[in-house]
Structures are given as structure tokens and as C-alpha cells.
Design a protein. Structure first.
Length: 342
């Protein structure tokens, strides 16, 4: 490669961005672990959990949570408790559930407690039997591609936990050439790898597109955040599809899948059809308590292009719910009708 002035400028800017990102991530971890190792008793473990959340959690203001008040509510006399007792685990978990965040959990090595209110009270809005009626190509354990009788492509992506094989994904997408549209069904997708959400979205981007922002936790204060940093999706893949795309959603769409819906909603040829997503807009990190239990929490919040938090989910362009007929999937039928409409 011949390095001219333009090339060097580009490389310098990329390097500068990477260094800045690393510094922000390092600063976000500063103070996460306590320098002083205290004795492994119930009170010290409770206090450490409370302090980790106090210094690193990113949605106190958005959720209007008074964290100091919750300390008073839950930190009753613990001198008689064993640091591994079920009662201590229950008390800590109950306090964490007050955050109403599916990314926040406590794990004692046997049991993991996570808030599920983001989807439990809502209708399922998913008919899993539809895919069984199609001839599919299995891209990984979680993603299948097929073509529907209406000359519409169908991607069923139930998780972003497994990595895509780039070549296999591009090869499979040759099936979509000259089709009327594509349906991407991410209903009940609980998330996974952000990189895979971007990879799938890049196959449908016509040009580099602004898709939102991220902020980084920079200090121990509840409002210590960096500036907004823009996020983009860029076209990628040897067989992209730039026709009409319908993304199907329900309340169980969370975390990286919630981000995927946010990204896709920024593409001009895409409509989101179904129910509100469940949310999950904070990048999760983990920390360990003195007794070996692990706490996971949200940090580094993400936003849409209007700088609105996506923690509470993404609204569909067309709100559709399933009826009582188990043989029908009204959300898929609405997507087909939208694609076939002139």
C-alpha cells in the first residue's frame, strides 16, 4: 500500500479514536473494585454491592431511583447472617430488582436472580411454529434463512449469542436477490454480541448511516458521563439487500437485539412491526463480591439518533398483536402486507 497524506490522516484519526475509546473504558472501570480488602462478612458484602452499583450504575436518574434510601431500606442488622446465606442473597437481589433492569443480576454460583418485569407482564406475541413450515438454511444455532411463498425473504434470528460466519451469511443472502422484500424476525431475541447485531444490520445498509449515540461512565458520581459519541452502521457483505425490510418485535427483544432494532429503524427502507421491544440500553459489566458472588450491572448508556435512551425499549412503526388463533401469526401477515403494498 502507498501511504499518501490522506491515508496517514485517516490512519491517525482511526488510531486516535481507538485510543480515546480505550481511555474511556479504562476510566469507566476506575474505582469499580475496592482497594481495601475487607473481611468476608454479610455486612461488608452488602456494603460492597451497594457501593459498586452506586459508583458504576448508569440509570439512576432515568429510573428515578433513590439509591441511598434503598440502602436504609435493605441494610438492616446483618451481624447474625452468614456471608453465603440464602437470606443475604434474597435481600441483595430484592434491592437490585428495585432498579428494574434486566441487565442487573446477582449470581451465587448456583442461582442467578435477574429482574424480569421488562417482559413477564406482557403478551408473548410470537408464534414459533411458523418457521417449521418453511425450508430453511441454518446459519448458526440461532439464525435461519428461508424464502416465503410470497417471494419474500425470511430471517429468524432468536439470539445474537453465536457469531455469524461472514462468508456463509453472504452466501445465504444470495437467496434474496430480486425478492419483493425481507422479514427479519427478532421476536424473543434476548441479545448477545453487539458485533453480530451490527454485522447483520450492515447487510441492509445502503450507505454509512448514523444510528445513535453512546456515553461512557467516567466517574463515581451518578451523573459522571462522557459526551455523546455517535455510532454508525456501514454497508458490508458481498450480497447486500436494499429493498423493503420489515423487522418483527415483541417485549422479549432485549439488549443487543434492542440495539439491532434501533439500528434498523434508522434505515429508510425499514419498518418495525409488532410490539415495543423490552429495552436494555446499558452495556453490562461484572464485579465480584468478597464472598465470590458476582454482580452484573448496566453502565455506558446507549441512545437513538435523537439522543433518547433506549433502556425502556423501541416503539414499532406499526403496532400489531397476535390474536387467539394459534395457527395465525398476525405480525408476520402485517409484515407481508406492508412489503407487498405499492
Amino acid at each position: 500500500m502507498i501511504f499518501n497524506t490522506t491515508t496517514w490522516t485517516f490512519c491517525f484519526r482511526r488510531l486516535k479514536s481507538v485510543v480515546l475509546l480505550l481511555l474511556l473504558l479504562l476510566s469507566a472501570c476506575n474505582g469499580l473494585f475496592i482497594d481495601e480488602q475487607k473481611s468476608n462478612n454479610a455486612q461488608n458484602n452488602f456494603d460492597l454491592l451497594w457501593q459498586i452499583i452506586d459508583e458504576r450504575y448508569c440509570f439512576f436518574e432515568e429510573k428515578k431511583v433513590d439509591w441511598k434510601l434503598l440502602y436504609s431500606k435493605y441494610s438492616k442488622d446483618m451481624t447474625h447472617l452468614d456471608p453465603h446465606s440464602p437470606h443475604l442473597f434474597h435481600t441483595m437481589s430484592a434491592m437490585l430488582e428495585e432498579l428494574r433492569d434486566g441487565h442487573v443480576s446477582l449470581d451465587d454460583g448456583v442461582t442467578s436472580r435477574t429482574y424480569s418485569g421488562w417482559y413477564v407482564p406482557f403478551p408473548e406475541n410470537f408464534n414459533g411454529g411458523y418457521r417449521d413450515r418453511l425450508t430453511t438454511i441454518n446459519l448458526n444455532n440461532d439464525t435461519y434463512i428461508s424464502v416465503m411463498p410470497e417471494s419474500i425473504g425470511y430471517i429468524r434470528c432468536s439470539s445474537f449469542s453465536d457469531k455469524f460466519n461472514r462468508n456463509e451469511l453472504d452466501k445465504a443472502m444470495t437467496m434474496f436477490k430480486d425478492l419483493k422484500g425481507v422479514i427479519i424476525d427478532v421476536r424473543s431475541n434476548g441479545g448477545g454480541l453487539v458485533s453480530e447485531a451490527y454485522m447483520l444490520a450492515s447487510r441492509f445498509a445502503r450507505e454509512k448511516t448514523h444510528v445513535g449515540y453512546v456515553r461512557y461512565k467516567t466517574g463515581k458520581g451518578h451523573n459522571d458521563f462522557s459526551d455523546y459519541y455517535a455510532r454508525y452502521v456501514e454497508p458490508d457483505g458481498s450480497n447486500p439487500f436494499h429493498g423493503k425490510v420489515a423487522v418483527l418485535t415483541n417485549r422479549k427483544v432485549y439488549s443487543a437485539a434492542n440495539l439491532f432494532v434501533t439500528i434498523m429503524s434508522c434505515l429508510p427502507q425499514v419498518s418495525i412491526i409488532g410490539d415495543n421491544t423490552g429495552g436494555g440500553g446499558g452495556v453490562p459489566i461484572s464485579a465480584e463480591l468478597y464472598n465470590g458472588w458476582t454482580v452484573k450491572l448496566s453502565t455506558n448508556p446507549t441512545f437513538d439518533i435523537e439522543k433518547r435512551s433506549i433502556e425502556s425499549g423501541v416503539k414499532p412503526d406499526y403496532s400489531v398483536a397476535l390474536g387467539k388463533d394459534s395457527k395465525k401469526d398476525e405480525i408476520i401477515e402485517a409484515a407481508i402486507a406492508w412489503i407487498l403494498a405499492k
